[in-house]
Every structure is written in structure tokens, then in C-alpha cells.
Design a protein around this ligand. Sequence first.
Ligand SMILES: Cc1cc2nc3c(=O)[nH]c(=O)nc-3n(C[C@H](O)[C@H](O)[C@H](O)COP(=O)(O)OP(=O)(O)OC[C@H]3O[C@@H](n4cnc5c(N)ncnc54)[C@H](O)[C@@H]3O)c2cc1C
Length: 651
Amino acid sequence: MHATDQPVVEHATPRMTRASVNPLARYMRWLHTRWPAGVVERLPDVRQDYSTRIPGVFVVGDLTGIPLLKFSADSGARVVQRIVAETKNSSQPRSQDRGDLLDLVIIGAGVSGMSAALEAKKNNLHFEILEASEPFSTIVNFPKAKPIYTYPTDMVPAGDLQFRAQVKEPLVNEIREQTRDIKPKMARAEKIVRAGDVLEVAIADQPSMRAKNVIIGIGRSGNFRKLNVPGEDQGKVFNRLHDPKEYADKNVLVVGGGDSALETSIAIAECGGRVTLSYRKPEFSRPKPDNVDKLNKLMADPMADVQVERPHSERVTTAMGDYMGSYRKAGSINLMLGSRVKEIRESDVTIIDANGASHEIPNQTVFTMIGREAPLEFFRRSGIPIRGERNAKWWLTLAAFFLLCLWVYHWKSQYIWPGNVIGVPFPKWLDPDPSRLANLGKDPKTLLGTLAISASSRSFYYTLAYTTLITVFGIRRIRRRKTPYVTKQTLSLMLIQIIPLFILPEIVLPLLGHHGFFDGGASKWIADQLFPIVTYGHGREYWRAYGFILAWPLLVQNVFSDHPMFFWLIICFLQTFVLIPLLIYRYGKGVYCGWICSCGAMAETLGDQHRHKMPHGPMWNRLNMVGQAILAFAFALLILRIAGWMHVGWA
Ligand SMILES: Cc1cc2nc3c(=O)[nH]c(=O)nc-3n(C[C@H](O)[C@H](O)[C@H](O)COP(=O)(O)OP(=O)(O)OC[C@H]3O[C@@H](n4cnc5c(N)ncnc54)[C@H](O)[C@@H]3O)c2cc1C
């Protein structure tokens, strides 16, 4: 028997998307309203030294963000070295002297946990290592004969666990051999509770353990259950879904009846995959009702308007729906309730249906989305925050920080209203004192004299602070990332911020002015057009030179002036409508923000370590369009401004 008796929704042709016909939709698409739509993988909040909010609790391995063997082993050994160093320096009695209290409990006998255990044994720590399924279970479950990539090739992980094998089976033998003296206790840790200076590890169906330190190395896979059927160890069997469009036009078996299984089926079917969804029970009870509704809708109409903006499952890392654009195709879902998988072969699978009949179904890929507890639950139960999960305190801190930024900005811009509104006036001592500064350098022709005048303005300090932030965090980024691309990009941003966006307007141009460079001839005429004479500061508006880099409408003052400043209008026009589009055409959309602009510089340097906080997904991509609304508003203001110049009364 080859087909099932269940109704299968037919495969239809891809539809014409709005984006292919409507220029506005094409523009939106070019602006990335659709991709990336993946959700950021959530991980526990771990510091750079692997410590967590709970003193004595460390997280190592994949859950620190780099899913590679060498990094996992390295992190496990390093944390133990730190614990050993701290134990030596501590005046507290060794745990042998404190009854059942251990120096260390290691949760998870994977790569990171075993590396930690080797280091703990070498240093005679009093420790236990717990394992829920089998030691090195993630690696044991790699597909048969999988090639092993030991990146970075020149890295030698800390500790004694090393990797030389290049194929799965020799790798398993190699790491088992290196850890043969470590005997994990087969037990599933449920949570960690801190009681005074002792950590208690609660264990399923067993008494809990007490320790001074706990290392969590439970990996990303969680306690996923196996089907225990022949062929399950083939390379086409997965337990996470990242990119559904890879399965367009393929026969995919999804096993399970929870949100993971349903969301996987929906995502693949929406990209044109032919899904068989096999669940052992006669009806769904675990998934969210809206996922069941969506599945039903999609089974009735393969092009139904079904959106999943934020998957409930932590094993599905992509949003799905209409925004998929040309990747949205009609697939099919063949739901087999009360069925079980009997065997997985290279090009088909055998499934026994609810009536006991056997079906051989063509198959290219299998997703086993069953019986797994996501590792994050462990952290939630233990009170270790998950990055990106926001609570009231997070929102309050954000609001307070935003108000502080507003306050600083209004101080530098000499506005008064925030002081009145939020009741925090600007303190007098914050203001530069021109009389004291004048003592620094009385002659404006000298560097100190010019600096003294620049420094009597509040905006000087704002620009100095901005430039310092970009320089300091830029250097840190270069040191941290160490790739030629990042080095070049960060240097470009730093140099542009330091030279044309600070030294030029605050020092070079004023010095030239004080030396009479703009007092006569062509240079005077040009300076009159670009930096009009004023009665304050350096006597000319050199700050307008920011406009050489900050294109309209980033710096509006050179365009929205009382009377048209034709030089600036020409410069702005060339920047916004000729130079930047040419650069984008040649190098791509990120060229201005990523390599030149000062806002981009702040994002790439100070923001570099906070990228994971950026919300992802279709809703946020749509919200990103606020930028287009602001651009439209700037155009409207520009038209009004030009009208004002033409009808003098409006100005
Ligand atoms: C398919 C696949 C291919 C890969 N290929 C490569 C490669 O070629 N090169 C490379 O460098 N990296 C590769 N990796 C990544 C590598 O396997 C991981 O970086 C490494 O296994 C992570 O080690 P870990 O100790 O953090 O977690 P894991 O190795 O996943 O170990 C975690 C252990 O914790 C146990 N556990 C979970 N929960 C509990 C609990 N509550 N209580 C007790 N025990 C628990 C689990 O059973 C498991 O044994 C691959 C990963 C996968 C999934």
C-alpha cells in the first residue's frame, strides 16, 4: 500500500506575489521587510566569564552561544580552573570537611561537561557529574559517518579533552577513551536552588545534591526522545527546523503532536513541501489551539492566509506566512493521527496507520519533534534569566535610560522643556565656564586658544563623548572580532567620526579661520557660502561642516535654513540623490550606515555586543518602515521649506 486513506491537499502552482507587480511592494521588499524573519535563538544570560546571575553557577558549552566542539571543551575546563583558583584563595573549609557538600556538580556529560570533569578530577575536586540520557549523547546521535569539522583549526582548547578524529565514529571512540575514568551518575537535573552559600541541585526521582559550585553543560538539544526505529541515525533525520524553504517540493515526514511538530509542518507546507505529519495519539492535546486551527486551515487550502510570526516552539527558529513572498508556495499536509513510524529508509519511510495498515511513503527528510524538554525550561526553573525575555524591570530600565538620553541631548541642544517636564533641571556645574576656559589659551590662533573657544559650547562635550565612545568601543570590537573585514569597517567608522566629524569642525576649520584663511579671496567666498559669519563662538558656523558627512535629512540645518544656502543645497542633493545611491549600487545597502555614518558607527561599535537584543521577525520588520514614514515627512517639510523661500511671507 503506497498512499494513505487520509485526504491529501493537492500541490498547486506558486502564485504571483504582490511584490512582483507593484513597484511600492518591490521597494518594500528591497528594504528587507520579509527577511531575515528567523527568530533569534534564545539562550541563558551568561557573562563572558561563563558566570550567571546566581553566584557559583556557571554555564558552559553550546549554551554560551558558539556551538562548536573545541569552544565547548574549552569553556568547561576554564570554569573549573577558575573554581580551583578561587578554592585555593578561599578561607572556607574544603567540602570534604562539610559532610555531603560537594565542591562541584556538573550537569550534562556532553563535551563541555566531560571536559570540566577531567579538569575537576585532575585538581582533586570533590565532584559529581550528572547525565540524563547517555554520555556524549549529542555526538553519539550525529548521523552515521558524519565528517567532523574541528574549527578553529589552530585552536587548542584548555584542559585535557582534545579532538583529532575527522569522522563521527572515531571521534566517539576518541573522546570515550580520554574520559574512561569519569563515571557520570545517570540522573536528570531539574533545577538549581541557592540556599545561603550552598547550591542545591534537584534531581528527578532521586535525592538532591548540595554543592558550592554548579556547572551547567546541558547543550542545546535538551532531552529529546528517540523514535527507536531502524534508520533513525541517518543524516536526513533532524530535530530542529531552521530554513523551511530548503524543503520546497520535497517529501517530509514530521513526527510529533506538539507545537514543534505543528509549526514545522506549517512552515514546510507553506514553502511548498509535501508533509506527512505522524502522531501516535488519535487527537492533539498538547499544541496551542491556534496552531491546530492554522494546521486545519492549511490542510483545507494550501494557500490559506496562515501566519506564525513567533513560533511557540524553541526548535523552530523561523517565522512563517505571507511575507515569505516568492518562497510562499502551495504544499500539502497529510495528517496521520494514531500512527507510528516503523522504519526510515534512504528514499522512503514506513508508517503504520491507526488501523494497523502499513504505508510506504516517499521521503527525503524526517523531523522528529517529540518528547523533548527545551533546555531553557531548566534555566527558567532555576531563576537564570533568558536573554531577550523582558520583564517589567527591563522595560522600566529602558524607559529610565531613554529619559536620561533625552535629558543629555536637550542639555547639549540648549533646550529647556525636558527640565520642566520631568522635573530635573540642568545643574549649573555641568555648564562649561568660558572665563576659566579662556585662561587655558587666550590667543585663538593657538591650538589651545581654539580649543578653549570650542570647549565653551555644550555641543563640544557631546561630540567629544560620542567620538570617545565610538573610538573606545571600536578598538574593543576590532580586538574581539579579529577579522580583516571588521577591522577595516570599524577603522573606517572611527576615522570618519574622529576626523571630519570632530577634528575638522571643532579644531581645523576654526584654526584656519583664526589664521585669516577665510578673510579674503576665493576661500572667503566659499566660507561665506558654507560657514556664514556669526557673532558667537569662532565667528563662523563651522559646525555646518558636519554636513560633509551627514547627508540630508540626517543633518537638516543646512537645508532647512532661513534663506537657501545654495552650496549646501547642491552638496546635500549630490550626497542624497547621486553619491549615496551610486555607492549603494556598487557596494550594497549597508555602505553608508555600516561604513560612514555616525549613527551606524554607534550601532556597530557600542551596539556590537548587544545585537542579540534586536527584536526579529515580520512584525519588527514592518515596524522598521517607520524610517520610510520619517523620510516621507522630511520630504514634506522640504517641499514646505522651498515653498516658504518662494513666498517670502511663509518663511
Ligand atoms: C548534528 C550536529 C553536528 C555537529 N557537527 C559539529 C562539527 O562537525 N564540529 C564541531 O565543532 N561541532 C559540531 N557540532 C556541535 C557540537 O556537537 C557541540 O558544540 C557540542 O556537542 C556541545 O557540547 P555541550 O557539552 O555544550 O552539549 P552536548 O554535547 O549537547 O551535551 C549535553 C549533555 O547534557 C545532557 N543533559 C541535557 N539536559 C540534562 C539534564 N537536565 N540533566 C542531566 N543531563 C542533561 C544531554 O543528555 C547531553 O548528553 C554539531 C552538533 C550537531 C547537533
